[in-house]
Design a protein around this ligand. Structure first.
Ligand code: ADP
Ligand code: MG
Length: 494
């Protein structure tokens, strides 16, 4: 695969994504995972690491990891091991994080997505279960003495995470952003994560290096904790150029962990990167191996929704959609359902997909809403598309109908079809379907524009367009341009 070079360098990117699993309680304790509670009201003795407490595995977290593994075609390990990752930080009272190291629960798998209309597939190395740490509060935190202080909130300690690690398969910041979007869409679709990025339910660490084409992998720097696709791409772009500048200036890249500052658009080194051996990983003696019987995997499989790629393949097969369209129509469960309902209602799947990718997405994006909040239902869109398909309105006319429907016009009509017709009527958008009437208008135009007719006969194509223009003007745009073209050609030939 030929990768686009940036300033003569090839970019190499691998992602580590922390997906917060949507369980009610924590991964090793019964405390609530609800977001937004008063600090330290949702940290029990286990989360606080009080002596004598023991972790107990949350089955719901394991079931979610299994569902993820199945959805990406990975190997779900029948036996995996929890390990202690040792480091000191105030938000980690145990002094170690329970994670998985040598044998993770999910191994391998792939995630596919489109960049433009080109499909990419990224290989996963693994996905492992682990607990989140607490949070240090630095900004706007006032301590007991009434002065600005740092505080620790352990509500998040013990929240279940699935860390999903890719191979360094991506070659551009846009690819990394599209991978992250696809992964986000998948975990939300599966119902294993609420996907709320502002609340930190989905956070990406982006590993970036650059190299001359054909050279061995360069040294990477890891941008930590990106929780928006836009920042992810911005931070990666900045980092790529920073690394190339360093190399061009004769310096070597040091492996490091960096933070992105959205205000300046820059990345800044936080610490030099520690290696695995610094963490003194060892199997956690408090937790037995995680054993997953085949029956459990079967049960999770039975309860899983139809997967996006399975639904996309069905849309290609049953509705004749191009693969690109099918992938767009399955960007979320809601989108898939909307597409299918509308396609069934009007029998025009390609028109439905065009409208969903075009006008509908444009309006939803502008208003930052999801398809579930669309003021135009699948059935109403289908009713409008039926009127394009039967020639009542042109595509341009339909845009006006769409805008009117979107802003709620004629909402009191008795049916979707009646509502569409009422808008067409009120706006006078009905195309001229009576060819008799149209022919008469064309005859008049030809008679009045003898010069253009002559020019056309002398081989001037432009003259024809002028005649079409006259016809559209005379009919106030209500004639079907294709019909006007046909009729004019016939008349001029005759
Ligand atoms: P660690 O365990 O120290 O974080 P890994 O080898 O597991 O390191 O890699 C972490 C992430 O970094 C993976 O997503 C991997 O694809 C990516 N990665 C590894 N080497 C490079 C590199 N040279 N350039 C860019 N990304 C890399
Ligand atoms: Mg890492």
């Amino acid at each position: 695969m030929s990768a686009p070079l940036i300033r003569g360098y090839e970019v190499v990117i691998g992602l580590e994504t922390h997906v917060q699993l949507s369980t009610q309680s924590k991964i090793f304790s019964g405390a609530s995972t609800q977001f937004g509670a008063e600090p330290n009201t949702q940290a029990c003795a286990v989360d606080l690491a009080l002596p004598g407490t023991l972790p107990v595995m949350n089955k719901g977290a394991v079931a979610r990891a299994i569902a993820f593994g199945l959805s990406v075609g990975a190997h779900v390990a029948p036996r995996s091991i929890f390990a202690r990752k040792n480091y000191f930080y105030p938000d980690l009272p145990k002094g170690y994080q329970i994670s998985q190291y040598e044998i993770p629960v999910v191994q391998g798998g792939t995630v596919s997505f489109f960049v433009g209309d080109k499909e990419h597939t990224v290989r996963l190395v693994r996905a492992h279960l682990e607990e989140d740490a607490g949070k240090s509060l630095h900004e706007d935190f006032v301590g007991f003495n009434g002065e600005k202080s740092s505080g620790i909130d352990l509500n998040r300690a013990g929240t279940p995470l699935l860390e999903i690690v890719t191979e360094p398969d991506m070659r551009a910041s846009k690819e990394a952003a599209e991978y992250a979007k696809a992964l986000h869409a998948l975990v939300v679709w599966l119902g294993i994560c609420d996907g709320n990025m502002q609340e930190g339910s989905f956070r990406c660490d982006v590993n970036v290096s650059v190299r001359k084409p054909g050279a061995p992998l360069g040294t990477r720097r890891e941008i930590k904790n990106l929780n928006s696709f836009k920042f992810l791409q911005q931070a990666t772009d900045y980092e790529i150029n920073w690394q190339i500048d360093e190399i061009e200036d004769g310096r070597k890249i040091q492996q490091a962990t960096v933070l992105f500052n959205p205000d300046t658009g820059e990345t800044r080194a936080m610490r030099t990167k520690e290696d695995a051996h610094d963490y003194r990983y060892f199997p956690d003696p408090d937790l037995p191996p995680l054993v997953i019987a085949p029956e459990w995997i079967e049960r999770v499989k039975r309860e899983m929704p139809e997967l996006p790629r399975v639904m996309a393949a069905r849309f290609v097969k049953d509705y004749g959609l191009p693969e690109y369209d099918a992938s767009m129509m399955t960007q979320s469960k809601g989108f898939g359902a909307f597409f299918e309902a509308a396609a069934k209602a009007c029998g025009q799947p390609k028109l439905v997909s065009n409208w969903l990718m075009g006008e509908v997405s444009r309006r939803l994006n502008a208003e930052e809403e999801s398809i579930e909040q669309s003021p135009i239902s699948a059935e109403l869109l289908a009713a409008m598309i039926s009127r394009i398909a039967d020639g009542t309105i042109s595509n341009n006319g339909a845009k006006q109908v769409f805008d009117a429907l979107w802003s709620g016009e004629s909402a009191d009509a008795t049916s979707d079809a009646a509502r569409v017709d009422a808008v067409i009527e009120a706006k006078g958008l009905k195309q001229m379907s009576d060819t008799g009437e149209l022919e008469k208008i064309l005859d008049d135009i030809l008679a009045a524009n003898a010069k253009s007719v002559e020019e056309f006969r002398a081989g001037k194509e432009k003259a024809f367009n002028a005649l079409v223009g006259q016809a559209m003007k005379a009919t106030k745009g209500k004639a079907n341009p294709a019909t006007v073209n046909d009729l004019l050609k016939k008349k001029l030939a005759g």
